[in-house]
Design a protein. Sequence first.
Length: 335
Amino acid sequence: MIPLSKLARFVPQLILCVTCLTMHIFIYPTCSLVVGISEAVFYLVCGYFVSHAILHGKKKPKTQLISFLLLPTFAILLLTGPNTRIHLNMKVKKEKLLTIVVNTVIVSLVMLLLQWLKVLVNEIEIRRMLMNSNNHLGPGLARTFFGFLKIVTDGELGTPGLDTILQRYADNEGIQLHHKVFILFPKNTSQDVGSHSWMFEMEGEYNMPDHLRNHGPIEFTFQGCTQQPYFLNGKERVIELAVIKMRNTETGLVYYAAIAENRPLITLQKMVNIHSLKKPFSEEDFKLHSEIYKKGLTSMIEEDAACQERFEIVDMQRDNGNFTMKIYNRVGAEG
């Protein structure tokens, strides 16, 4: 059953169509309505198929089912007289056929021009379709990164588990480390934004007086990274979680939190700068795929009770705000 939320999108178009049909019925005879609709359908379908054939060759269009409308609408056009009435015993004249051919050519040229100029491309609809589709990078990136989070959380592949990793680091450093690990989703497409090296470089900038005055009185220090080796597919890998210290310059209150490097997002950032790709990966592509990736990863974390208790996404894509302020407030809210 189709959800009411999806049907609601078509209410304005439906009201407009019903209004136009009602006005036509009151002003003109019913048969003229049938003729008018047949003309519109026939020329639009023919124009679409001809222009598509010119642009794409033998590749069949996805809407080939509408080709079944050509025969009945063509018959109605042939049997329509000058008074827009349908005459079943009417003899078809050559002039009538010539008019249909000329109109078909004109409509085809107009459709060809519109498709070539991409006037008919609906970016909003394409974005909506991509968001509901699995034919892009987002879902794959989400599944891969979520698999890594599960390994860390559940203590798979010889890892001691996330609680043990965090507790060991906290004991060694003599600090109280927040039980959740945060995952950054920055808006910036610059290479390595959100990585551990980027956080280390941002330490000086974020702690400047102007930045603290504009974004909040939270200065941070990059403490270091946890190091936990494990084996996957015969190769040794390392679980690295960055640990930052956040201090409120007004109250002196200090919190410590761990951050998992969002490597799939960093991969998308790097793709923007790769010019050798057959189809260039633009900043708009980055925004779309990163949004889909974030949406998929968020859903997976929320649906897994263990991961939901251990990981939290810091969404910086809406405002690209100060990630330290966001994390500080969340840690403070949870005590």
